[in-house]
Design a protein around this ligand. Structure first.
Ligand code: SF4
Length: 120
């Protein structure tokens, strides 16, 4: 789709047209980084491709809208950045980070160092 980013395109295609396309935003990257224990830096633009590929493998072709919206909701309400509510999580039994006890390590997001105008 011209003029729209990959997230919006994926959301429209999966929700409005039932296409098995990923709609990967920050919430989805956080959730999947934990469920699949993906330690790639989500601050890097190319990392989105890893998560898009993961969604393409996992997405329910019969329920593309529900699948993508459920991932977004899980990230917004349960698998939150600070303290994920793992004990309430409906996918806890599938979550590799929960099993390993490393939820707080994920997602990896390495901040760029700010450069001053003048370097000595
Ligand atoms: S078990 Fe915890 S870390 Fe894993 S997806 Fe659920 S809320 Fe997120």
């Amino acid at each position: 789709m011209k003029g729209v980013g990959p997230y919006t395109a994926g959301a429209i295609l999966s929700i409005a047209y039932g296409k098995p396309e990923p709609a990967v935003d920050g919430n989805v990257m956080r959730v999947l980084s934990r469920i699949l224990m993906i330690y790639e830096d989500i601050a890097k633009p190319k990392t989105r491709k890893t998560f898009e590929a993961a969604v393409r493998k996992l997405i329910d072709h019969e329920h593309t809208s529900a699948f993508n919206q459920a991932l977004m909701e899980l990230g917004a309400l349960i698998c939150t950045p600070g303290k994920p509510a793992c004990l309430l999580c409906p996918v806890q039994s599938h979550c590799l980070a929960f099993e390993a006890g490393v939820q707080s390590e994920l997602p990896v997001k390495i901040q760029k160092k700010k450069r001053g105008m003048y370097q000595l």
